[in-house]
Structure formats: C-alpha cells, structure tokens
Design a binder for this molecule. Structure first.
Ligand code: ADP
Ligand code: MG
Length: 474
C-alpha cells in the first residue's frame, strides 16, 4: 500500500504546482486554524496542516474499523455505567495519579448524591494504526479510544474536497472520483441535537466548554454551525465563565447567567494543567447538574489508558457486555498487546521484558492530547527508575505498532515543501445517546485520517506533529 502515487511523488514540478493549488483550496474550503501568535483572534488565520496526497488505506481494514464502531460505543457506555468495574480497575492508578484521582472523587461524589442527568451523550473517536506483519499483511490495531474532546471532526469534513482537486491537478481524475464523502461534523451535531431534544426544553442552549487558547476554533465552528442550522442555540464558555456565571436550581437544572443549558459539550478538561481550584469547582457544578454532559465524568474515566489495558484482559469484555459475543469478537480483533504495570509478579515480569527490549513497547501514562508517551531508550530509562516503586502503576505498557511507511508531503504554513516518510492513524467517530437505560442512537459518524513523519514517535495535529489527510482505499 506504500506506493499509491509512485509516479508523481518525486516529480518536483508537478508537486510544486499541486501544492499551491492545495493550499488555496484548503483556505477556500475552510480547513483553517488560528495562528500560534494570535490564537484567540480570527483576523489572521492559516490553513490547518494537511498532506498533499491522500494516503492509501486498505479497504478491508477501513471497513473493519467502521463495522466495530457501534460495538465500541456500546462498550464505552457499559463501562461508564459499571461502578464496580471502574472502581476495581482504577484503584491502583488513583493511588499514584493525582489527576485521575480527582476525577474519580467527583465521579463518586455525584453518584452518592444521585444523578440528576437522565440523558447521556457519547461522542468518541476510536484510533487505529495498520500494523505490518512479517509477511507484509496489515492488521487493524486500536491505539486508543478518545471519550472526551475528540477533535478534527469538523475540519476533516472538508479535506476530501481538497484532495479531490489535488488529484485532478495531478491528472488523476478517476482516482479523485473514488475519494469517499465524509461528514463527521454533521454526525456529531446529530447526536448533540438528539440529546438536546430529549432534554426537552426549547429555550435551553448547547454550551461548548472551550479552552482559554482557542487555535482550533474552526473545527468546533463546523459542529456549532450544524446546530444553528437546526435552530439550536450554541454558546461558547470556559471553565472560568462557569465558575463566575454558573448555578443550579432546586432540580439541578444548569443556568449560565439565567440561560438554561441542555447540553455541555467538552472540548476542554482532559489535561491536568488547566485545572486550578476554580476549574475543579466548575467541573463539579457541571457534573452535579441535570444537563447532558458530553462526556459525563464516568465516560471520561472509561477512556483512560488504564481502562483500555484492563479491557484486554481475558474475560473482561464478557463481563461488561454479556449476551454480545459477536460484538466482543469484533472488538477483541482490534486489540494490540496491553500490559498492566500494577505491583506484583505480572507487572515485574513485563517491566523486565520492556527494559530488555524497549523497542517492542510504548509506555503510556494516564494522559491525553499527545506527546506524553515514552519510547525506546527513554522508555528504558524511566522504567528502570520506577520499576520498584508504586509510581509505575500510573503507566501501562502497550505493544508498539509498526505500520508500513509511505512517501508524502506535509503541507504546513511557513515550512519548506519536502518529501517525508510517513505513517497514518485512522480514527472513526462514534455517537450514541442513551435515555435512562435505553440506547436511542448508536452510530458511526465519519472518519479522520492523520498522518505524520516517521521521525516523530508521538503527537497529534494539535501538537504540531500530525496533519490532516484523506484515506484512499486500496
Ligand atoms: P494520546 O491520548 O496522547 O493521544 P495515544 O495513545 O493516542 O495518546 O498516543 C499518542 C500517539 O502516540 C499516537 O497518535 C501514535 O502516533 C503514537 N502511539 C500510541 N500508541 C502507539 C503504539 N502502540 N504503537 C505505535 N505508536 C503509538
Ligand atoms: Mg491519541
């Protein structure tokens, strides 16, 4: 699959011409980001980074990823409702990881008070790489599932058009016509709208909980505008605003300065650094409220790396999804090797194996957002240092996935046009809505392909490493 565009990828003149067209097409299509210099103003914007060429993706693996998405929705929802499982699974982690511990405390507190929320909305993105076996065949392997603030569903709704044009400029009209339509923005908005409707108050708004620094605002605007198209009001607020303006009435309806909020869609709140005392208080207020949180705190915990690792233990899926053997088989087929570093013999053994052969593994802390994992020599050093301390239980180990690289150009503002050896990560967006115990919506909502140069082990688009891409099925 590496050689989809072999005839053009080294043709410097053709590449230069296509790149100029591509950048203008991206600007016209709204594949935009604010700049690092002015992250909170739209006076000067730039195109979001993207590949010049769509990347080859094996059709069978692409279809497999779509086919398992409803199963993953079901699984995440089941984990979020299983207090015993979350408690057992996170017990060792919360002893050493302060952030997970604080989230867990809020989770327990709102359960003890009794949930006011009756409608639940999940928007997740399950990410995969294509692991290349010794015989050259590729297998779909899940990297992680993001249950909070999964981004780029908006911008990626517009990248296929750009790549279609690029292929035409390169004389590949037939191939251009084969790029799939993709509109996660619409799919995510459908879920939010359904939750808003079931909440049942015409006057209430959808609140996007956004970051202080909002470089990726256009990605969110794509979803916001889909909601406005449905005549649903959207407001954008930060934790700080919630702290200052938020209140609950006697039935724990959430108000922001007198305006009722039906749905809180978090695009913030997944990294410890943002939480000062006021933010924690704001978070607690939101979680206690009747508003539909996307995600509620239980679903955020369901997305931790520790939960992912425990899900791969024999018997766990059967316990969480009784009566769903086919879903379980589809889910399990995507798992890479995952290993607990809990104290005890099992953890000792895998820690020793990883120290001896670090290139086989990735060491992951309980963090989101890219750039946190450890590889190679660094993995060895850190694990060597913490192997006899309880601190090691704040990490998990995972088999390293080794995809087959392909050549492409990563188009980034102010960067030279040069060919890179690249690997891709496919994400499938999932949306579901539950009312009480009944799942009323469960769908795959579109896909996201991100591509990065192989010189970077880690990091997403927002972290400045990966760029947006479009799958070209082969
Ligand atoms: P985060 O929550 O920070 O996004 P991820 O688990 O998605 O954490 O890891 C971040 C990045 O690290 C991924 O996008 C991928 O590029 C790389 N990565 C993660 N796990 C693996 C793995 N098992 N094998 C190879 N690369 C990995
Ligand atoms: Mg990730």
């Amino acid at each position: 699959m590496a050689a989809a565009w072999q005839d053009v990828v080294r043709d410097a003149a053709a590449v230069r011409e296509a790149a100029a067209v591509a950048v203008d097409a991206a600007l016209l299509a709204g594949v935009l980001m604010r700049t690092g210099e002015q992250p909170n103003a739209s006076d000067v914007v730039n195109y979001a980074p993207f590949t010049l060429l769509p990347s080859a993706v094996p059709r069978a693996l692409f279809e497999q990823a779509y086919a398992v998405q409803q199963d993953f929705n079901l699984l995440v929802d089941a984990v979020s409702q299983n207090k015993e499982f979350l408690e057992q699974t996170l017990a060792s982690t919360i002893k050493v990881d302060d952030f997970t511990a604080r989230l867990f405390r809020i989770y327990v507190q709102v359960l003890e008070e009794g949930l006011a929320q009756t409608v639940f909305l999940g928007i997740n993105r399950s990410d995969y790489m294509f692991d290349c076996g010794l015989d050259g065949t590729a297998a779909l392997r899940q990297i992680e599932i993001n249950t909070i603030a999964a981004s780029f569903g908006g911008l990626t709704s517009r990248t296929a058009d750009v790549h279609r044009l690029v292929l035409k400029v390169l004389g590949k009209t037939e191939e251009a016509s084969r790029l799939l339509p993709n509109n996660p923005a619409k799919g995510l908005a459908l879920g939010i709208a359904k939750a808003w409707e079931l909440y049942g108050s015409q006057r209430a708004v959808v609140m996007f909980l956004v970051e202080e620094v909002q470089r990726n605002i256009f990605d969110q605007r794509c979803v916001e505008n889909e909601l406005w198209n449905r005549n649903i009001r959207v407001v954008r607020k930060r934790f700080r605003d919630v702290f200052e303006q938020g209140s609950l009435d006697a039935s724990r309806r959430l108000y922001m300065d007198g305006q009722e909020v039906a749905v809180v869609y978090y695009r913030e709140g997944y990294v410890p650094q943002v939480y000062d005392q006021q933010c924690w208080e704001a978070r607690l207020l939101l979680e206690r409220s009747r508003a539909v949180k996307c995600p509620d705190i239980a679903t955020q915990l369901a997305g931790t790396k520790k939960v992912q690792q425990e899900l791969s233990r024999p018997g766990t899926l059967e316990r969480l999804l009784p009566g769903h053997p086919e879903a379980i088989a589809r889910i399990r087929a995507t798992f890479a090797g995952l290993y607990s570093l809990d104290e005890g013999e099992e953890g000792d053994r895998i820690a020793a194996t990883a120290i001896a052969d670090p290139d086989r593994f990735v060491l992951k802390p309980q963090r989101e957002g890219g750039g946190n994992n450890l590889y190679g020599e660094e993995l060895r050093e850190v694990l060597q240092k913490i192997k006899d301390s309880p601190e090691r239980t704040s990490y998990i180990l995972m088999d390293k996935i080794k995809p087959q690289p392909a050549l492409n150009y990563l188009l980034r503002a102010h960067s030279p046009l040069q060919v890179s050896e690249c690997i891709s990560e496919l994400g499938i967006f999932g949306v579901y809505v539950r009312q009480g115990r009944e799942l009323v919506l469960n769908q795959a909502a579109g896909h996201l392909l991100r591509t990065k140069a192989t010189e970077h082990a880690d990091g997403g688009v927002a972290a400045g490493v990966a760029v947006l891409d479009t799958p070209y099925l082969v």
